[in-house]
Design a binder for this molecule. Structure first.
Ligand code: SF4
Length: 284
């Protein structure tokens, strides 16, 4: 009998009892996503009000133990162990690994060995039947992309046919400050996005929600659409926009102030973005 079955709402980083590797059933992926958490210290250089990381604090990833990461991955992907894991923990309709996602309890590119991690993931992925077809995805706020080791990691991601999901929740200074807790300017974030998009296949990832019952304002939406049109006009090679709602509860102090927007609101917003000339995928 299956015990302690993983569900799409269970994104515990301890789901397999490992430090770096956490399998989740992903609604987004429609299957099993193998998360790689390089921030087991719950440290991020941003502080998003919808962040699901408990005890989030400001900071960077601690030193990454590549040998432990490799051992955890090999132990998890070993054929017999993986089959047992599927049988015991995963709903029967989910089979195999859809993606390997560098995502976790902080900004993954703040690991000093980010490039080596990407290379390691590429090497191990190809060695195991369970992961051979898995897509490599980096979920990032993009704020460190000017650093040489991050750019080297993105080039490695591109060689491995990976994708970057670049967080962009607002295109205004005030919005970025209040939603993401960053003082970066919109111009700097656009520069980061452009850099990422030229280094590796990049999707913009935007979380949409209401604060104190108020959905993103006219001013916010106008600035966001202007940026999308600017990107299209300048032929910045972004693949499109992934819009998503509050799938899991925020673990931050602002949590009680956040509510989902309606399906109608989201669909309308998606069509306005698509009218800028970008592919848009959305879910609440
Ligand atoms: S960038 Fe990601 S990990 Fe960092 S605070 Fe925002 S949601 Fe949390």
């Amino acid at each position: 009998m299956a015990t302690n079955l993983l569900s799409a709402r269970d994104h515990s980083r301890e789901s397999a009892g490992l430090r770096y590797v956490y399998p989740v059933v992903s609604r987004r992926a429609g299957g099993l996503s193998l998360g790689i958490n390089l921030n087991p210290n719950n440290a991020c250089n941003w502080g998003c009000i919808y962040c699901q990381v408990p005890d989030l604090r400001r900071g960077a990833a601690p030193a990454t133990d590549l040998a432990q990461l490799e051992a955890e991955l090999r132990g998890f992907l070993d054929e017999a162990a993986f089959r047992r894991f599927l049988a015991d923990r995963v709903p029967t309709e989910v089979q195999g690994i859809h993606d390997i996602a560098l995502s976790g309890n902080g900004e993954p590119t703040s690991s000093k060995v980010f490039e080596q991690v990407v290379e390691l993931l590429g090497k191990i992925r190809s060695e195991y039947a369970a992961s051979a077809d898995a897509k490599l995805v980096l979920i990032t706020n993009g704020s460190l992309v000017r650093q040489a080791h991050v750019q080297a990691g993105l080039r490695a991601m591109a060689r491995l046919d990976g994708e970057v999901w670049f967080k962009l929740d607002s295109a205004t200074r005030q919005g970025m400050r209040s939603i993401n807790g960053t003082t970066l300017s919109p111009a700097r974030v656009r520069e980061h996005l452009e850099l990422a998009a030229h280094l590796c296949a990049t999707w913009i990832q935007t979380c949409v929600f209401a604060v104190d019952g108020v959905a993103p304002s006219h001013e916010e939406r106008t600035a966001y659409l202007a940026l999308m049109r600017e990107l299209v006009g300048a032929r910045v090679p972004v693949r499109g926009v992934l819009l998503y709602g509050l799938a899991r509860p925020s673990m931050q102090a602002e949590a009680p102030r956040l509510t989902p927007v309606s399906e109608v609101w989201m669909a309308q917003w998606a069509s306005e973005i698509a009218a800028c000339g970008l592919e848009v995928k959305w879910r609440l």
